[in-house]
Design a protein around this ligand. Structure first.
Ligand code: SAH
Length: 256
């Protein structure tokens, strides 16, 4: 007995990495090149979208803090609608789909509608930025705990970040540019030393990337003075103060 091919398309939740097209996974590159429909958010670099078939339909669902073109529910509905109409969809997201990417919500929406989903991991901004700026997220001599937090969420002051930053730890803050001042105040109020080193990495892995350094107490002045713009990450901890040579020396001292 033969069964008719399923008329339902598949949604691929695909991580596009931090910007540089060379940092796509092979699977992501293959899916992008073969896609008939790509639904992408604003962080996806034009150089990556240029890898799509010229005949492909590209739908931008770019979001920004102040301007929402499509609400998340509408994005979910769009993915489900297209898949139920029999089309495969490449849902392309900056970084990794499951790190502050709302990939979990899209996965749930597809599952609830009976739409098959695959997930293709991407290099998250923290990993891309750390590599590009040569700031190791962990280091035997400096840090053995890494935390990723979102700096933009409502109720920043109510979030419990205690213990996430400090000696032996690295704190990576996504979406923290607009709230940089509140972030520094919050961490200092939690007991973190105002001189704790940090780096701000703007547009990591892109040709115009900037890496800026300051002590924690100088974060707001740095962001304002250098006119730091999103997308940028804030990396807080001892690792942010070290360069490659210092790190090698420290590793030797630690007996690595
Ligand atoms: N899913 C993405 C994160 C989306 S949230 C990931 O895994 O990377 C958006 C935030 O990611 C931005 O506000 C910024 O903090 C960070 N970000 C994304 N791309 C970046 C880049 N190239 N350089 C620095 N930060 C970046």
């Amino acid at each position: 007995m033969t069964k008719a091919a399923s008329p339902v398309g598949t949604v691929h939740l695909v991580g596009a990495g931090p910007g540089d097209p060379d940092l796509l996974t092979l699977r992501a590159a293959r899916l992008i090149a073969g896609a008939g429909l790509i639904v992408h958010d604003g962080l996806v670099d034009p150089a990556i979208l240029a890898l799509a078939d010229p005949a492909a339909r590209l739908v931008s669902v770019a979001k920004s803090r102040s301007r929402h073109t499509l609400k998340q529910e509408e994005i979910n509905a769009l993915l489900v609608r297209e898949a139920l109409a029999g089309r495969d969809v490449v849902r392309l997201k900056g970084g990794d789909p499951f790190v502050f990417g709302r990939g979990g919500e899209e996965l749930e929406a597809c599952r609830a509608a009976g739409v098959p989903v695959t997930v293709v991991p991407g290099i998250s901004a923290a990993n891309g930025a750390a590599a590009a700026a040569q700031i190791p997220l962990t280091h035997r001599a400096a840090s053995s705990i890494v935390s990723f937090v979102a700096g933009q969420c409502q109720g920043l002051t109510e979030q419990d970040w205690s213990g996430l930053a400090g000696k032996g730890r690295t704190l990576v803050i996504y979406m923290g540019v607009a709230t940089a001042e509140q972030i520094a105040d919050k961490l200092i109020a939690d007991g973190l030393a105002p001189e704790t080193p940090l780096a701000v990495i703007e547009r990591a892995t892109r040709p115009d990337m900037r890496v800026l350094r300051a002590p924690l107490a100088g974060l707001a002045a740095l962001v304002a003075g250098e006119a730091v713009k999103s997308p940028a990450l804030i990396v807080i901890g001892e690792v942010a103060a070290r360069n490659e040579i210092e790190l090698r020396q420290l590793a030797l001292e630690a007996g690595a």
